[in-house]
Design a protein around this ligand. Structure first.
Ligand SMILES: O=C(O)CCC(=O)c1ccccc1C(=O)O
Ligand SMILES: [Mg+2]
Length: 369
């Protein structure tokens, strides 16, 4: 694959509504957009899910910029990959910084699929034409507000409702939603807000027939989660704790979870996501695609990866309009009856729009071999 130049753009986009988790509230989405160009004028696009602050994981927009500029892009110039599959191997000796790796790798995958004239989903080996999606609802000011939102999203057809929990906003919130909507597929995401000292409280979740509880304990733990899973009936799903296929194997072998949330950025790219999905499929562990409030490019990558056979549960990839007044791609990602039609156009299948992108660009830099 010939690569002619790479442009990084630091972006800032206002969310329609602030999003609150146990680790904080986001009003604006800050992220890096990656564009890899070939000599025929085609572009492949990637999006880093690293946040402005290191509060979901240790990466940030600035550490990602540094990693890409000073280490990862030079590696791509040094040993140009023949296939996007080789990118994760090329980056392997660089420790962690998975979101930076993933943003570049994703752009290379998109470019490759466009060069081949095939959809990214097909390049990855995905076969689904539609994917099922759910929605993630942040912590609200009141239970009434939460119930109104759940009602709205259930009416829109989302296939699963996830609510964020933390100490002080957990059992009552879940109970209220479950009482009002006795049959909807429902789950809770704690973003690491608890410890084993909260075992009794977490055990109370068992009465609500949740599909799963996501990342209840520490972001870097798989040992305590195994203890927790032995004491509660609700399946534990790991998000923050899983960075690699090896992490997934260890967590499954220890019994730390029964479900895994795969975020392409957190695991270092599409090739690694595909490996985890494959391993989980062999083990009978369902996986689903998590979200990081992505703009259109990242959202499109999530749609593509969700077509792989191991992704058997609805993910967090909601419609563009749930987050943005105007997304940076055309068409935007739309959801009908809880389903997204997987595009059959080449590459990510949604076209990034330069004039919209320019409006949200804080600064940019272009690199050449
Ligand atoms: O709608 C989305 O993109 C998912 C939102 C979400 O749950 C989330 C958003 C930001 C950081 C972490 C998480 C999470 O899944 O834990
Ligand atoms: Mg999560």
């Amino acid at each position: 694959m010939k690569m002619h130049s790479i442009t990084l753009r630091a972006m800032q986009m206002r969310l329609k509504a602030p999003f609150t988790t146990s680790f904080g509230t986001e009003w604006d989405k800050h992220f890096i957009l990656v564009e890899v160009r070939d000599s025929e004028g085609r572009s492949g696009w990637g999006e880093s899910v690293a946040m402005r602050e290191p509060i979901y994981n240790e990466e940030t927009v600035k550490t990602n910029w540094h990693m890409m500029k000073d280490f990862l892009i030079p590696l791509l110039w040094q040993r140009t990959p023949a296939h996007p599959q080789e990118v994760s191997t090329l980056f392997q000796h660089i420790r962690r910084n998975n979101m930076a790796k993933s943003a570049l790798e994703g752009a290379v995958w998109d470019l490759y699929a466009r060069q081949q004239g095939i959809p990214l989903s097909q390049a990855l080996g995905g076969r689904r034409q539609t994917i099922e999606v759910g929605i993630s609802i942040g912590i609200q000011e009141s239970v009434d507000k939460l119930l109104a939102l759940v009602e709205q999203y259930v009416e829109q057809g989302y296939r699963r409702i996830k609510i964020k929990i933390r100490p002080g906003w957990d059992i009552e919130a879940v109970a209220a939603v479950r009482n009002r909507f006795p049959r909807i597929p429902l789950m809770a995401d704690a973003n690491s807000a608890y410890t084993l000292a909260d075992l009794e409280r977490l055990r109370q979740l068992d009465q609500f027939d949740l599909m799963m509880v996501e990342q209840p304990l520490a972001h870097d733990d798989i040992v305590d989660h195994a203890v927790l899973q032995k004491h509660i009936k609700t399946p534990v799903c790991l998000d923050e704790s899983i960075h690699s296929p090896e992490d997934a194997r260890k967590a499954v072998e220890l019994g730390s979870c029964r479900i895994i949330n795969i975020k392409v950025g957190r695991v270092g790219g599409l090739a690694e996501a595909r490996r985890i999905q494959e391993y989980c499929r062999e083990q009978g562990i369902p996986v689903w695609c998590g979200g990081m409030l992505e703009a259109g490019v990242g959202r499109a990558h999530n749609v593509a990866v969700t077509t792989l056979p191991g992704f058997t549960l609805p993910g967090d990839t909601a419609a563009s309009s749930r987050y943005w007044e105007q997304d940076i791609i055309q068409p935007e990602v739309t959801v009908e009856k809880g389903l997204i039609q997987v595009p059959d156009r080449p590459g990510i299948g949604y076209q990034p729009v330069r004039e919209i992108i320019d409006r949200f660009t804080l600064y940019s830099e272009t690199f050449r071999p």
